[in-house]
Every structure is written in structure tokens, then in C-alpha cells.
Design a protein around this ligand. Structure first.
Ligand SMILES: Cc1cc2nc3c(=O)[nH]c(=O)nc-3n(C[C@H](O)[C@H](O)[C@H](O)COP(=O)(O)OP(=O)(O)OC[C@H]3O[C@@H](n4cnc5c(N)ncnc54)[C@H](O)[C@@H]3O)c2cc1C
Length: 817
């Protein structure tokens, strides 16, 4: 515990704690935070942390906003967070000083409250000291970090140079807030955050405000927090001030408030609580705060140097979610697996290394994330900032054909195809802030805006056509944004045995589609096959891996870390940018591809789950027979320069068979229909293969040791206490995830991923369920219940499936129609 770290907490944060967020992980973290400050710390220390339970009120000025709140209300039930939707007049009864003329409704969370930063920090420090923590040196600037390269060629922290001398240590945690970039530079580590001014003002006394709940008026982008008998007012403006030259000597400093920028919050606040117009401002608090590209913190080991951890970039929520430097450090040092957000948020895994030193990208995305912090989180929204950074070889070709791209990990990947023509993403206009010319109404922006709904999106029928063409004829999916790696070297097989839960000793030519990389018994899904001494990459021996582009860096970091720790004599090579990847799927894929590929595609010569090097349109390609949509099909992994040629040859051959381009919106629907798991939604670091129904990816019948084997075996012996279940609803109702799952009248979990399945013509939803009595969740338990899914406070009868509702016998992928 360093008091220097917590010192800033004492002067700057507003201390608001809202428990409901559009993320299950954050809801869980916030509930935990609330328990710690309101219950655990006082019980442990006998001290009051300053927690005030005055409740929280979310304001909705329109239907969509209230719909979003109703989604949060349903999710809250899963975590025991009580909330109520109030009418405007009920809101007035609760908060008499509020203007309700423009209110559509509100969401009231009685157990939200206000933390006292100073009280929380000193109580924490007291608790830590009582448990043996010692404050060794205060006010001790770090002036240098010594990094050494070990025998394996890996950079590791060796020592820290300070004003009080050098400290030898293998581990440093960079909790330097807006100064984290500078501190990172001392170790050669890139810290992708920007510094901005962030502010609130405190009013004079307001008669009648005592005990009122805190207010978050999202549509006005403003919050009003109770401060004794006054209010503090702050928000997220569209034109935040970047702190360009971060001064070394500013710790505990405050800026003068720029009223031209802040005035928008005053206007919003006066509209909501009119008495403020006649109330004076007692003080202003404008401090430096760090913001990141996705408004989430940077936590975990940096990719460049082992032993150098980040704990920074808190996006004005440094304390709200227990992310204050002391507390989150404790969480991830002691229990790195406890919260998936923490694992997913690892800096090394979240942002591709080409983005972490791309200042334009970091700045644009951080600005957009800040300005949209209070916007409704719609399921199909995409950023407009930092686009067109990574383009695959088919980008221009598909753009001309109306491709509407999604942004993932810097990549532009196909979302869906607009029959109305091209929809390029223009350069970021900062929404007209800083005197920039705002783009007028342009196609991409308009298409995106049309989808701002919690109903079926207006492009539902276009996605349906892409899906059904794939089910009835064939579709081509450009999946080039995938990460493509080679694991090579004398100990590649030994390393693959250890890294992957699946049995990698299968005959050359086999493809493992669900080869889990195990980490505490959980996994990542990808294609894995033994690479032969041939094109596209002339390697002697090893494995070829293809992994979803959004988690490619995450996988890369995980695998290289394990290789380093185990000292395996092998390397991971990245050829993601050198290869494109297109997947041709559907009952007619064989007849079309037979015209393009120089190899026999019959079931006998090219069975499901095998791969070959062959030629297509005269170009050498790796063809893999597998599917992520539940159809017969092949993936072609093609050298970058040949991608357009191969693509055109396939489209030409497919024209008379009705081939269509299709994007990831179709993949999402088709794959959920077939029951294929998505990493990040169906499967995260806090899930295990057994819970996710992926036991078959673990080589437990063999005696081969693998990373996580003990955890999987222990869980198998103990039983499974939560399980991923597939649900369908008869009523065609849009669901997107976060809906509550009811079983026999009790909430037993929530939906992680949902979509509409066009072939079965039903809404499909996947979620983990538990037994409220605490028992194991067997298949009989799943089958015996009566289920409902709650969406925005309304329940819909649902059926639980223990097998995929589409092609449960897996015939289509094997070519039997
Ligand atoms: C106006 C305002 C309102 C806010 N409201 C809220 C809120 O309501 N809820 C909430 O949760 N959060 C809020 N925040 C955000 C919260 O205050 C921050 O996220 C949190 O303080 C960040 O903590 P930190 O420890 O990461 O960084 P800091 O508190 O900035 O601490 C960084 C420390 O690193 C030290 N340092 C820098 N360089 C070195 C070096 N070379 N060697 C050693 N030490 C170094 C600095 O001196 C400093 O003490 C608000 C912030 C502001 C500005």
C-alpha cells in the first residue's frame, strides 16, 4: 500500500457507486465493491468507510433509454440488485426538486450510494496494515527501471531505481495514473492511454436536497451527486480537454475549470433540478484523469516485459469498481482468475501491438469512448473513431459490393452486405468537436443509426437472406481478420501437447476445430492442424493455428508466456497479415469449389475435419474442410497477393448456383443455431470446458499432461455446479444477451449470447445456469425445469435444449443433406 497512490483518491473522485451497468462482469464487480465498503471493511476494522446509502436514480427521456434501463433491471435480478422502474409522478414523489416535464420514466436502485474516497482509503490502509502490510517509503519517485534479457531471450524486470536507492525486484506494478505512460517508457513498455481534464463542481446548500438519491441523467450526459446538503455536478462532455504536456510535478494538483466546456453540464443539471439556477457554486474540482480506447482499465502484465504489470487507465472509475490501485492489485495478484473482466482486460491481450503505439488511434478512440460514455449501449453499435487501421486483402473488393464493416481489434471485418451499395467509413470527425467540420449524413453512419434499437434491427431481413442462402445454397464469408500463427521448432509437439487440451497427436491432415488452449481448465477455441513442409509457409515442422482476430493478441500473449515459462525450444510465428482466409459454406459448396480447387472434394477423398495444401485458380492454398456455421464447407487460407484472384474465381463459379457474400452478423446467427461456442460470450476465462459442454476437447482419456488438466479433473470429480444451456422461445422476440433466466419461478442465471435463428425460425439464447439449492447442475436438472427468459422486465416461456436445435446429429457438416 502506497499512500501516494491513494492520495489522489482523497481529493478528486466524486465517489458515486451505481450497481447496474450493461455488463454482467461490471455488475458483479460493483456489487462486490459495495459489499466491501458497506459491510466487509467496517466489520474487519470497526471503522466507518463513509459509505452513504442514498440510492441512485437513472433518468430516461425517451423509450429507448427506458428500455435500456429495463434490460439492466432484469440483469440486476441475477445478482440480487433491487431496482424499480418509476413513472414520472412516482419519481417526483421520491425527488420533489426534480423537473419531470421531459421525463419518460426512471430506474430507481435503492441500495446504490456514495463512497467517501478518503474514508475508504484510510480504512483500507488500516485493514492492510493490520494484516501485515507495511508502508516502507512514501513520496518515492521511480527514476528508472532495470530490465534484463534472460538466457531464453525474454525481457524481465530486474530492479527499480528510486530517489532513495535501487530496489531489486522481479515485479513492478505501474499505478501511476496519467503518468503511467512516462513510467512505462522507463521500462520500454507502451501504455495506451491519454490524459484529459475531468471535473465536477460543488454547489452551495440546497434546501430539501438532503437524503435525495444520486441522479444520472444519461441523455444530458450529466450526474448529480448528493454531498451533504448540496450537490456535486459533473458529466462527460463532447469536447473534453486533452492534457497534452503531462507535467511531472502535478500530483495532487488541480486545473482551473474551463467554464466554456463545463457549461453544458450546468445546463443539463439546471434542466433536471431547476433550483440549481438560483444556487451558487461553492467549489470546482478539475483534475487529470487517464482514459483508454474502450473506457476500460489497463490491468495485468505488459506484453513487452515480463514482471511489469499495469494498473492504470481507470477512465474516471478508479474507485467505483474497486479498481483503486490497492484493491485491484490485491484482486489480480491473489486471484487472477476471479473476474473475467480482469483477465480479458489484460493490456497485452486486449489491444493489438500495432495499436498500442498508434497515437492517432488511441486519441480518437479514447475521445469517442469518453463522449459516448453515457450513450445507450445498443447491441449492433460500432465505433466511428480509429477506423480503417487494419484492412484485409479483400477489403476494397468487398467494399465495392456493399460490405458494411465492423471494427474488431483494429481490423475491419465484414458485418453484412448492403444491397444499396458501398458504405465506406469516413475519417473520424470528433462529432464536430474542437471546431472540426462534422460529416453530413453519410451511408455508414446512417445505417448504423438505423440500428439503434432493442427491437429487431431494420436490416434483419438482409441478414436472414444471407443466412438462408448459406443454408439452402452457399455463401462466402471473408474471415481474413483471423490471427494465423505457426508454432514451430524442435519441441513444437511437446509444447502443443502441454498447451492444448485437445489431443494433437492425431494423424497429419486432421484439423482440430475446438482445440482448447487451457488456462486453469478454461480455453480458447481455434483451428489447429499440423503444418507440412509446403506452402503457404515453408516450415519444417509444427502446427498451424487460426484464431478469431478479436482475441488473436490475447492468444498470442498466452501462448508465448507459456512457452517462456516452460522453456520449450520453439517459437510462435505470426503470419496474420500475410494470409487471407475465406470460408465457403452450404450444400452447394462442393459442386462450386470442385470447379476451383485442384483436388477431389468427395467425402472419401476429403472428409470432414481434414486439410490439404492444393491449388485454387492456379494459386497455392491450404484448404480445410470444416464449418463454423453447421454446413458442408471449406476454408481457404490464401497468401495475401492471391486472395482477390481466388475470391473472384469462387464467386464466378458460384454465380450460377446462387452464391452470396455474407458477413459476421450471419455467422453469429448461423453459429448460435448450430450451437458452436463463441469465445468471449459463451466461453470466458471464468468458464471451464466442462461447464461449457466442451469436455470432448480435453484429452482426459489419455495420460498426456496438459496445462489445466488437474483443474478439469478436479472439477469432473467434484461435479459441475453451473452449465451452459441452450434456450429457444416460441415467441419471436429480439434478445441480445443479459436477459435473466427463470427456472421454476427462481432466477438461475442470465443469457450470455442470443440471436435469431432463421432456419429454425426462433429466438435462440445461451446462458449459464445454477441450482439455487447449490447442487450440481446435471443434464437431468436442465431437462426437468420449466423455464422463462426475462427481457426488459417481461418473461417469455422458453424451452431448454441439451442438444443443438439445428441438425443435432451433425449430418450437414459431414455432407449428408
Ligand atoms: C473530477 C474527477 C472525478 C472523479 N470521480 C470519480 C468517481 O466518482 N468515482 C470513481 O471511481 N472515480 C472517479 N474519478 C477517477 C479516480 O479519481 C481515478 O481513477 C483514480 O484516482 C486513479 O487512481 P490511480 O491510483 O490510478 O492514479 P492517481 O490517483 O493519479 O495516482 C498516481 C500516483 O502515481 C504517482 N507517480 C507518478 N509518477 C511516478 C513515479 N515516477 N514514481 C512514483 N510515483 C509516481 C503520482 O504522484 C500519483 O500519486 C474521478 C476523477 C476526477 C479527476
Amino acid at each position: 500500500t502506497r499512500r501516494g497512490d491513494s492520495g489522489t483518491l482523497c481529493v478528486s473522485p466524486a465517489g458515486l457507486l451505481w450497481q447496474l451497468r450493461p455488463s454482467d462482469v461490471e455488475v458483479e464487480l460493483l456489487a462486490h465493491t459495495r459489499d466491501v465498503v458497506s459491510r466487509d471493511l467496517p466489520a474487519e476494522t470497526g471503522l466507518h468507510t463513509g459509505w452513504v446509502e442514498n440510492g441512485g436514480l437513472f433518468i430516461a427521456s425517451n423509450k429507448q433509454r427506458l428500455d435500456e434501463y429495463k434490460r439492466l433491471m432484469s440483469l440486476g435480478k441475477v445478482y440480487g440488485v433491487e431496482s424499480h422502474v418509476l413513472t414520472p409522478s412516482q419519481t417526483k414523489d421520491l425527488y420533489p426538486l426534480m423537473n419531470i416535464d421531459d421525463l419518460y420514466g426512471t430506474l430507481y436502485v435503492p441500495k446504490d450510494g456514495t463512497m467517501d474516497p478518503a474514508g475508504t482509503c484510510s480504512t483500507l490502509a488500516r485493514a492492510a496494515t493490520a494484516r501485515g502490510a507495511t508502508v516502507i517509503i512514501e513520496n518515492c519517485p521511480v527514476t528508472g527501471i532495470q530490465v534484463r534479457t534472460d538466457d531464453f531471450g525474454v525481457k524481465r524486470v530486474h530492479a527499480v531505481e528510486t530517489a532513495h536507492g535501487t530496489i531489486q525486484t522481479p515485479c513492478v506494478v505501474n499505478c501511476a495514473g496519467v503518468w503511467a505512460r512516462a513510467l512505462g517508457r522507463l521500462a520500454g513498455v507502451r501504455v495506451p492511454l491519454v490524459a484529459m481534464h475531468h471535473a465536477y463542481v460543488v454547489t452551495e446548500r440546497i434546501e430539501g436536497i438532503q437524503n435525495m438519491p444520486n441522479v444520472r441523467d444519461h441523455d444530458a450526459s450529466v450526474y448529480l451527486r448528493l454531498q451533504g446538503d448540496a450537490l456535486s455536478v459533473g458529466g462527460y462532455e463532447s469536447n473534453p480537454i486533452f492534457w497534452e504536456e503531462v507535467s511531472e510535478k502535478f500530483a495532487f494538483g488541480l486545473f482551473d475549470l474551463d467554464w466554456d466546456v463545463f457549461m453544458q453540464h450546468i445546463e443539463g443539471a439546471v434542466n433536471r433540478v431547476p433550483v440549481l439556477e438560483k444556487t451558487g457554486i461553492k467549489s470546482t474540482v478539475c483534475g487529470p484523469e487517464s482514459f483508454t480506447a474502450d473506457h476500460k482499465p489497463l490491468m495485468g502484465e505488459a506484453p513487452e516485459v515480463r514482471g511489469f504489470f499495469l494498473g492504470c487507465g481507470f477512465n474516471s472509475a478508479g474507485k467505483r469498481e474497486l479498481r483503486g490501485s490497492c484493491i485491484h492489485t490485491w484482486i489480480w495478484m491473489r486471484r487472477p482468475w476471479a473476474h473475467p473482466d480482469i483477465a480479458i482486460s489484460l493490456p497485452s491481450r486486449r489491444f493489438h501491438h500495432s495499436l498500442t503505439d498508434n497515437n492517432r488511434w488511441i486519441r480518437e478512440r479514447s475521445h469517442e469512448s469518453y463522449a459516448k460514455n453515457y450513450s445507450v449501449v445498443f447491441p449492433h453499435d460500432e465505433p466511428l473513431a480509429g477506423r480503417n487501421v487494419r484492412k484485409d486483402p479483400l477489403h476494397e473488393e468487398l467494399l465495392r459490393q456493399g460490405c458494411v464493416f465492423q471494427e474488431r481489434h483494429g481490423w475491419e471485418r465484414p458485418g453484412w452486405f448492403n444491397p444499396g451499395g458501398a458504405a465506406p467509413v469516413l475519417d473520424y470527425d470528433y462529432y464536430g468537436a474542437y471546431g472540426r467540420q462534422r460529416h453530413g449524413d453519410y451511408t455508414y453512419n446512417r445505417l448504423l443509426g438505423d440500428e439503434y434499437t432493442f427491437d429487431f434491427p431494420p436490416h434483419h431481413d438482409i441478414i436472414k437472406k444471407e443466412c438462408l442462402t448459406c443454408r439452402n445454397a452457399l455463401a462466402l464469408f471473408d474471415m481474413s481478420y483471423f490471427g494465423k500463427f505457426y508454432l514451430v521448432g524442435p519441441e513444437a509437439t511437446k509444447a502443443a501437447d502441454w498447451l492444448f487440451s485437445a489431443d494433437v497427436s492425431k494423424a497429419p491432415g486432421t484439423v482440430l476445430t475446438q482445440g482448447c488452449v487451457s488456462w486453469r481448465g478454461s480455453g480458447l477455441l481455434f483451428r489447429l492442424c499440423r503444418a507440412e513442409p509446403a506452402q503457404p509457409s515453408p516450415l519444417r515442422d509444427g502446427y498451424y493455428l487460426a484464431i478469431g482476430g478479436a482475441v488473436a493478441q490475447h492468444n498470442w500473449s498466452h501462448i508465448t508466456t507459456v512457452l517462456q515459462d516452460m522453456k520449450f525450444q520453439c517459437k510462435l510465428l505470426d503470419c496474420s497479415e500475410e494470409l487471407g482466409m475465406m470460408s465457403i459454406q452450404g450444400p452447394l459448396s462442393r459442386v462450386v469449389l470442385q470447379e476451383v480447387l485442384d483436388t477431389d472434394l468427395s467425402n472419401e477423398a476429403f472428409p470432414f475435419s481434414t486439410h490439404k495444401i492444393t491449388t485454387a485458380a492456379g494459386c497455392q492454398v491450404r484448404a480445410m474442410r470444416l464449418s463454423f456455421v453447421g454446413e458442408m464447407g471449406w476454408e481457404l487460407h490464401v497468401p495475401r497477393a492471391d486472395c482477390v484472384k481466388v475470391y473472384r474465381a469462387v464467386m464466378e463459379a458460384g454465380a450460377q448456383h446462387g452464391i452470396t457474400n455474407a458477413g459476421y452478423r450471419a455467422i453469429d446467427s448461423l453459429s448460435i443455431e448450430k450451437g458452436y461456442r463463441h469465445w468471449h460470450a459463451d466461453l470466458r476465462p471464468d468458464d471451464t470446458p466442462l461447464e461449457a459442454g466442451l469436455a470432448f476437447t480435453c484429452k482426459l482419456k489419455s495420460s498426456i499432461p496438459f496445462l489445466g488438466r488437474e483443474a478439469v479433473e478436479a472439477q469432473k470429480a467434484k461435479g459441475i455446479f453451473r452449465r451452459l444451456v441452450c434456450f429457444t422461445t416460441e415467441e419471436k422476440v429480439p434478445m441480445f444477451g443479459l436477459e435473466a433466466v427463470w427456472r421454476d419461478g427462481k432466477v438461475v442465471g442470465h443469457i450470455r449470447r442470443a440471436d435469431f435463428g432463421f432456419a429454425i425460425d426462433k429466438t435462440i439464447a445461451y446462458g449459464y445456469i445454477r441450482d439455487p439449492a447449490g447442487g450440481p447442475v446435471s443434464l437431468d436438472f436442465v431437462k426437468s425445469g420449466s423455464y422463462e427468459l426475462e427481457r426488459m422486465g417481461v418473461t417469455f416461456p422458453a424451452r431448454a435444449h441439451t442438444k443443438s436445435p439445428f441438425d443435432p446429429d451433425n449430418k450437414r457438416v459431414k455432407g449428408f443433406y
